[in-house]
Design a protein around this ligand. Structure first.
Ligand SMILES: [Zn+2]
Length: 265
């Protein structure tokens, strides 16, 4: 369903997207924290990290609870990191942007929102624990596969994504092999898998842009210098959104062109 056909539906969807973003940000930051602490993330209630007091319903409203309590725990008064508030607002804004760029209410939109949430989780795991958590990568791959029946031009779509994986992952593996044979540090464990999944979302041209922008962010922008995952997450989402605006003929046109060229020989 097109987003802007009925203005009320558009506004309602965008407000809902923002609210879902804030709620899911607190869920995913909590999940990432529990994974790093080796706690079971599937059960148990949220609690204050300082006093351990279980949080009540009034403490769990994203953004509102933080502002109402002045950024402090209701029970022990300890400061709740500002990052909680920032991540909630950030994912809310990202959700709104993803919906706006996609421009339709469909399964692919839901897939993109889930990806944005998982990217926040895997980024926090990398920032705090310096690990690329495989669980998040598997979840990203699963929702990509799950949404395949809903993407247009399925055959070309898959060919484009697989081509991106083969070309770019192959190139990175080669560079990594040369680097390690010269005694330099090997790639971070899990990096290649994450990159492959990101390329499945962005495709060939988006993937090229994503990798260049990731390298630029990692090299020159201070907050991204120490870890690669946040930079790659941001760039994947940017190019996923941009690809939504580009005509599929332009994105996939190279595939039939190459096939025709091969037929000539
Ligand atoms: Zn407390």
């Amino acid at each position: 369903m097109p987003l802007f056909e009925i203005p009320f539906i558009a506004v309602f969807t965008l407000v809902l997207a923002f609210i879902f973003g804030t709620v899911l940000a607190s869920f995913i930051t909590c999940t990432a924290g529990r994974i790093l602490a080796h706690e079971d993330w599937t059960r148990g209630f949220s609690h204050c990290d300082t006093c351990g007091h279980q949080l009540g319903t009034a403490d769990l409203f994203p953004v509102i609870s933080y502002i109402a309590l002045g950024g402090k725990c209701r029970y022990c008064g300890s400061r709740v990191p500002i990052r909680c508030l920032i991540s909630e607002v950030l994912l809310g804004v990202v959700f709104v942007a993803v919906v706006l760029f996609h421009g339709r209410i469909d399964a692919v939109m839901v897939r993109n929102l889930m990806l944005a949430m998982l990217m926040m989780g895997i980024s926090f795991c990398d920032i705090d624990g310096k690990i690329i958590h495989e669980g998040f990568v598997t979840a990203m791959l699963s929702i990509w596969i799950g949404a395949l029946p809903f993407v247009p031009d399925l055959k070309l779509y898959i060919a484009d994504k697989v081509a991106a994986c083969v070309v770019f992952c192959g190139a990175v593996m080669l560079v990594s092999y040369i680097r390690t044979s010269k005694g330099k540090d090997p790639l971070k464990p899990g990096f290649l898998k994450l990159m492959a999944v990101c390329l499945l979302y962005t495709g060939f041209f988006g993937g090229a842009g994503m990798l260049i922008l990731t390298a630029l962010l990692k090299g020159f922008v201070k907050p991204f210098k120490n870890t690669i995952v946040p930079a790659m997450s941001v760039c994947t989402l940017v190019f996923l959104c941009v690809a939504d605006l580009v005509d599929t003929g332009l994105l996939y046109g190279y595939i039939p062109a190459i096939l025709n060229y091969m037929r000539v020989f």
